[in-house]
Design a protein around this ligand. Structure first.
Ligand SMILES: [Zn+2]
Length: 241
């Protein structure tokens, strides 16, 4: 398998919240996209890991993913160990992504910044010829960081105005986390489970904020460590005045 884009995240539903719109947009452009969740959310108060995995499969269809997997590392105590790095590196050699999306390297939840560090180091290891004799080396060309929950200036924002609704449908596939349509009957007026309404508003506000930075309705922010290259300064996006 050879993916164009692989998003790696700590928990099922992280990708839906931080870079799902971008994945959908890339799939629409014909790229092969994938998602690798490191844990199955087994420390979550609602639902079981099996439910989360089944929900992640439903979400994958909304995200138009060519591939989705879960390494089932321990949730809420994700550690950057040698064995975790090697497991992830071998997976990266199998999937051969050109671009990898990682969580931003700082954050409130330890699993998120550990996933970032673990992902970066595994991408490096994956390129070592002698890592193992069963798989061919592969080093992703580009690593970008989904920075939605980090209070940092993005290096760039992807316009997801046309993908926002599908991304929301993907997130709401996690019924054990966000309620189910069956429960909506109790909610008055909106026809939405109140918790869902709150989620929609929160994600909508964040996506509007980042969209506003580039003059579109909804956006998803990313940080890159390298400087961005521009070849044509006459056709740059985002107006100045
Ligand atoms: Zn998470």
């Amino acid at each position: 398998m050879s993916l164009d884009v692989l998003a790696i995240a700590a928990h099922p539903d992280d990708i839906e919240q931080t870079c799902g719109g971008t994945l959908i947009r890339m799939a629409e452009r014909g790229y092969r996209t994938g998602a690798l969740d490191l844990t199955a959310g087994d420390m979550g108060t609602r639902g079981t890991p099996e439910q989360r995995l089944a929900e992640a499969e439903v979400a994958a269809r909304h995200l138009r993913l060519a591939w989705r997997g879960n390494l089932r590392f321990p949730d809420a105590r994700l550690e950057n160990t040698l064995s975790a790095r090697l497991t992830l590196a071998v997976k990266i050699r199998e999937l051969r992504p050109r671009v990898v999306i990682l969580p931003y390297w700082e954050g409130r939840h330890p699993d998120h910044y550990r996933a970032s560090e673990l992902g970066y180091e595994a991408c490096f290891l994956a390129g070592l010829k002698k890592l193992d004799e069963y798989s061919a080396p592969h080093r992703p060309y580009k690593v970008i960081y989904a920075s939605l929950y980090a209070n940092v200036k993005p290096s760039f924002v992807v316009d997801i105005s046309g993908q926002f609704d599908a991304r929301m449908a993907a997130l709401l596939s996690y019924r054990s986390q966000y309620g189910s349509p069956g429960e909506c009957a109790q909610a008055e007026g909106s026809g939405l489970f109140p918790h869902q309404q709150e989620i929609r508003e929160r994600l909508g506000a964040a996506a509007r904020f980042y969209g506003n930075l580039i003059g579109v309705k909804y956006g998803e922010p990313f940080v890159v460590k390298e400087t961005m290259q521009v070849d044509d300064i006459v056709n740059m996006g985002v107006r100045s005045l």
